[in-house]
Design a protein around this ligand. Structure first.
Ligand SMILES: [Zn+2]
Length: 377
């Protein structure tokens, strides 16, 4: 059995170990070592990255027999001594996320009576599912509680209790495995069985932030960041907000107000445009002659609709089109007492003019490859 150096010291990033066997992980060659710092993907935590003997380790997985496979491109000889190095910043991020997850699960239980159903510490996002929906206020209190414990610099330890000691422990959840159980203790706060890598002090979690909460399978799925990832994510959000503030030439605190003002002005502009368009359509429609009226105009889609509505008053049939890109937008409309079926006519026109669409008997619109002419009716 490979000795788990990552359990001895989660902060270590370099080690030497002998190759004890060659393995095979679903067709990929792998190395089994006497000891390793490489954490294999397990318990929702991603595998470590790094190098063995200077060559990249492609993946680290544990098989059903508990053997840890280091997937490599070329197999070093059995018995050779290799220098291993893990990606320090990646591990550091996983440790913070994993410890943060334990603390978040505890605070959710204490303040929201919400047990954790499952969690995933992914490459780009970490999520945690609870069995109920918590209010924004409760989630804010949960987050504050976790960060309070972060600031208290509480030791985080891995314990290997005897069966008697284990029985006396008030665990957050029951162990998922039999035999020797490893317990992660956040001093005075949480006791949970876990085989992952964790920080050694709550302060190393830095800052836990719940970034999203959505309803999920009758409960809630929380997305969170912790440790170095919090800095990265929140710095990017801060940069976005600063960029927005610069565009509005205001302070970051005034962006929401600037957007409100912009929305108000946009609403007023839309209203004014609608009135102008209606007046233009009424004036333009007065100059149309003939019934049925078939015409191609140089107008935007909204104006085309307004023109068709105006022109249809007192007419049996109106077919108006306007160029949009390399096609035509077509509106078919009719007057109040007209017997025409606009939807049926539209579909018939697409057979000769190309395109797709249809509509109701009183009105139809869509795109055609060429503009309909009176000869197409
Ligand atoms: Zn853990």
């Amino acid at each position: 059995m490979t000795h788990k150096l990552y359990w001895d010291d989660p902060h270590a990033d370099a080690f030497d170990a002998r190759v004890v066997a060659h393995g095979d992980l679903e067709g990929r060659p792998s190395v089994i070592l006497e000891a390793t710092l490489f954490y294999p993907e397990a318990g929702g935590q991603m595998a470590d990255w790094g190098t063995l003997g200077g060559a990249p380790v492609r993946d680290v997985q544990v098989d059903a027999e508990g053997r840890i496979h280091h997937v490599v491109d070329e197999l070093p000889a059995v018995g050779s001594l290799l220098a291993g190095r893990i990606d320090r910043s990646r591990r550091r991020e996983h440790m913070a996320l994993h410890t943060g997850q334990h603390m978040l699960s505890r605070a959710l239980l204490d303040l929201g009576k919400a047990p954790t159903v499952s969690s995933r510490l992914g490459e780009s996002g970490a999520t945690l599912d609870v069995d109920r929906v918590l209010s924004a206020k409760t989630l804010a209190a949960v987050e504050a509680r976790v960060n309070e414990v972060v600031d208290e610099h509480r030791p985080v330890r891995a314990l290997h209790p005897t069966a008697t000691e284990l029985e006396a422990m008030d665990l957050r959840r029951a162990p998922k495995v039999e035999g020797a159980i490893r317990i992660i203790e956040v001093e005075g706060f949480d006791l949970t069985p876990c085989g992952g890598t964790h920080c050694t002090d709550t302060a190393q979690v830095g800052w836990l932030r719940i970034t999203d909460a959505v309803k999920h399978r009758g409960g809630q799925r929380l997305t969170f960041v912790a440790g170095p990832r919090t800095r990265r994510v929140l710095a990017a959000e801060s940069e976005s907000l600063r960029a927005l503030a610069a565009r509005f030439t205001c302070g970051v605190g005034d962006v929401a107000g600037a957007i409100d003002k912009l929305e108000r002005e946009l609403g007023e502009a839309r209203e004014a445009l609608g009135a102008t368009r209606a007046a233009y359509a009424a004036a333009q429609a007065a100059s149309f002659t003939g019934d049925p009226l078939v015409a191609t105009l140089d107008a935007d889609v909204a104006t085309l609709r307004a023109l068709a509505a105006e022109a249809a008053v007192g007419r049996s049939l109106v077919v108006l089109s306007a160029p949009v890109g390399d096609a035509f937008h077509v509106v078919v409309a009719r007057g109040a007492d007209s017997p025409h079926d606009c939807g049926a006519l539209f579909r018939r026109l697409t057979e000769t003019c190309g395109g797709r669409g249809g509509g109701r008997p009183e009105r139809a619109e869509g795109r055609m490859e060429r503009a309909p002419t009176p000869a197409d009716l």
